[in-house]
Design a binder for this molecule. Sequence first.
Ligand code: FES
Ligand code: FES
Length: 173
Amino acid sequence: METLAPISIDRAPSVPTPQPVRLTINGTEHTLMLAPWTSLLDALREHLHLTGTKKGCDHGQCGACTVLVDGVRINSCLTLAVMKEGASITTIEGLAENGELHPVQQAFIDHDAYQCGYCTPGQICSAVGMISEGKVRTTADIRELMSGNICRCGAYTNIVDAIQEVMHVTEKP
Ligand code: FES
Ligand code: FES
């Protein structure tokens, strides 16, 4: 009977070593040593301790992990950090400027647009990205374009009210 040759150690699959990834986070450049499979979300939370960005589903379904990459909103749980080499990332911690809250942050406070608050950083980053996309004309547009961000606490109405105020959208669906 044929016997299998032993696997030689030097032919065994190797584990990729961490590699440097350069990211500008909230205006500060960082070089992180990351395993190639590290998500942008884990890079932010585990390596930079920026825990404002939340991990909800970790599968691209809830929007809790939304951040802005070069001004565009993305789900950071579905994005490998190495794919964003050289990019500029804005998280909820980076939205306020000179001690002033971003208008969307202020509107969320004014409209009590959160309950447990878990989804709030993602909701706010998503709203900021949506506003710069320039597609909103009606309240229905806000609901549609924010539909990737799930709030389990039923604060949808107040979230839409807050965004509507910042965007000066008055038309009702
Ligand atoms: S944690 Fe990324 S979409 Fe839910
Ligand atoms: S405020 Fe609780 S999930 Fe949105």
